[in-house]
Design a binder for this molecule. Structure first.
Ligand code: KG4
Ligand code: ZN
Length: 337
């Protein structure tokens, strides 16, 4: 079965073709980062318009890359939520209409399920069941995963997502948007032990997260030292260690509670090298293993949507004829296909 996937939930237009026999045949990505950079964050209306401009050319490029055409497509997957309503509607309208025109089924994919299943695109993929830490710009979730659509939420952020905390802290430092990767790069030059950051919500039981306090703590440290490059690097390191430690502490607790031996990390922040290292050390110490997507599939992309869509389409799931999106869509509402 061959599936065309379209991602347009935020500021990246991603298109991919996944084939169940041949694997990923093509993927293309256009990032709107430069478009939104001067505003310091995503401007929804600009995002929608740019998806309109980029989606069809990217689909054509994907067909060229894969060396196939529309006649070979057996289904179309598009991100149906959560995300920016206008941006989602672009991918949904194009995807649903193409499927209709081609006489194949369409499926609306949950963006976080896309992230969650992205590690299954790699050669070394985890078997079910596993524990998943989803860390993106909009979500921080600890999920016990028994199979596709069989998700039990163990913990989530009660305020800022991990990526959001990275971005907001980076913005206070004057780093470009989105700040996560810039802050991580700056932290490489940081000297350890100079700034003390808390590990929020780790002194009490439970698996929820809170990162807004860390951001405030960072702001207090940053403001008097703005312009001092070495101080920014020192603070970046301390901040990153606090986020990573907090995530690792909760993962360890969740692994203990569930008895899982496999940990999957996905979403934009899973590209963070320090997080990967620390979770690898944790899993080594527990005789388990950590799995993650290649860096380009940690952040938003079409490949994960094509893959997650295939998982549901092959089980017979399909959308009705309408074009519908769900800007707010708790992942807990998903069920097995
Ligand atoms: O999954 P994603 O591409 O989009 C959402 O679904 O939100 O995640 C983007 C987030 C941004 O907050 C970005 O700053 C963060 O992932 N990010 C990182 C790194 N790479 C991306 N955060 C920390 N370290 C990184 N290396
Ligand atoms: Zn995402």
């Amino acid at each position: 079965m061959r599936v065309l996937g379209i991602e347009s939930s935020c500021d990246e237009t991603g298109v991919a073709i996944y084939d169940s026999e041949r694997g990923l045949m093509a993927h293309t990505l256009y990032s709107q980062i430069a478009l939104h950079a001067e505003y310091g964050g995503v401007v929804p209306e600009l995002a929608s318009r740019d998806h309109v401009r980029k989606t069809l050319p990217l689909i054509r490029e994907c067909f060229d890359q894969a060396g196939c055409d529309a006649a070979s497509i057996d289904g179309v997957a598009f991100t149906a939520g959560p995300g920016l309503v206008g941006a989602l509607l672009v991918g949904a309208a194009i995807g649903r209409s193409m499927a209709f025109a081609w006489g194949v089924p369409a499926i609306g994919v949950h963006h976080m399920e896309g992230h969650l299943l992205a590690p299954l695109l790699e050669d070394e993929q985890p078997d079910f069941p596993f524990l998943a830490l989803l860390v993106s710009g909009g979500h921080t979730l600890l999920v016990d995963v028994e199979g596709v659509g069989r998700y039990r939420i163990l913990g989530e952020s009660i305020d800022d997502a991990a990526g959001e905390a990275f971005d907001k802290t980076a913005k206070i430092m004057g780093l470009p948007y989105p700040g996560g990767p810039h802050l991580a790069r700056l932290a490489e030059r940081g000297r350890p032990g100079l700034y003390a950051f808390p590990r929020p919500m780790c002194d009490r039981p439970g698996l929820d997260f809170s990162f807004s306090g860390l951001k405030t703590h960072a702001a207090t440290a940053i403001r008097p030292r703005l312009g001092d490059d070495q101080a920014m690097a020192d603070i970046a390191l301390a901040f990153q260690e606090a986020v990573v430690d907090t995530l690792a502490i909760k993962c360890k607790r969740a692994l203990k509670a569930t008895g899982r031996k496999r940990l999957v990390i996905a979403g934009g922040v899973s590209a963070n090298a320090h997080l990967r290292e620390q979770l690898k050390t944790l899993m080594d110490s527990l005789n388990g293993r950590v799995y993650y997507p290649r860096p380009e599939f940690c952040t938003d992309n079409g490949a994960m949507i094509a893959y997650a869509g295939w998982q549901r389409l092959k089980a017979g799931a399909a959308e009705g004829p309408g074009i519908t999106v769900r800007p707010r869509w708790p992942i807990a509402e998903l069920s097995a296909p």
